[in-house]
Design a protein around this ligand. Structure first.
Ligand SMILES: O=C(O)CCC(=O)C(=O)O
Length: 213
């Protein structure tokens, strides 16, 4: 996996079965701040007890808040957890971002999973977005707002092929696009922010835009 930066500032990670593009300033600073404030006000996160996942034979509360919005009847299932879409109309700021993704990227999302990392202790563990609900060749667009946090990719066979973990600090206003076959070959995570970087960090909001089939 290599990273190269194009003349228009898009980092491409496109070897070893990855097809990833990173646009650090997809939204300008002012636009990103306004979207972050509006989403923090408008998004109603699910109660932690409604966001349990089944891992290693046990149910766990996830170390972040989450909620889904989408077209009527859509839902997203992973690790035993079903996130049913709330209506788009509840969150005008999400509808605006959805329209931006449609007009600028030609991406017609019918579902978005919104994650709130309230502090440095919040995280999402290694996983692949390869659920059947996403169809055989999923594209996922991931918009980050608020605090910068590290996003990491690790090849599924890293223990055998020695490919290194790739870390991308996701800036507020950035867009990370993962195209097929990335999620067949690579896992990703947002680790908790460990003790070697003890500075205080604020909340981070991430919205992963998907097409549920
Ligand atoms: O917060 C992020 O950047 C990643 C979220 C994620 O991996 C997911 O929702 O599947």
């Amino acid at each position: 996996m290599i990273a190269c930066t194009t003349s228009i500032g898009i980092a491409l990670l496109n070897q070893n079965g990855a097809d990833v593009a990173y646009q650090p300033a997809f939204l300008g600073a002012g636009e990103a701040d306004r979207a972050f404030e509006a989403l923090l006000r408008q998004v109603q996160f699910n109660a932690p007890e409604d966001s349990r996942v089944h891992l290693f034979g046990e149910w766990h509360e996830i170390p972040r808040l989450q909620v889904g919005y989408g077209d009527q009847g859509t839902s997203y299932r992973f690790a035993g957890c079903t996130v049913r879409a709330r209506p788009w109309a509840e969150v005008p700021a999400l509808m605006m971002v959805r329209e931006t993704l449609r007009s600028r990227c030609g991406f017609e999302a019918n579902f978005v999973l919104v994650n709130l990392y309230r502090s440095r202790a919040n995280s999402i563990g290694w996983h692949q977005d390869d659920e059947a609900d996403l169809g055989p060749q999923p594209t996922i667009l991931s918009l980050s707002l608020g605090a910068e946090r590290d996003f990491q990719f690790r090849h599924r066979q890293a223990a055998d092929n020695g490919l290194p973990t790739v870390t991308i600090p996701l800036a507020p206003g950035s867009l990370l696009t993962m195209r097929d076959p990335t999620n067949k070959n690579w896992k990703h995570q947002v680790p908790r922010r460990g003790g070697t970087r003890p500075e205080r960090i604020g909340p981070r909001l991430n919205a992963t835009w998907r097409r549920i089939v």
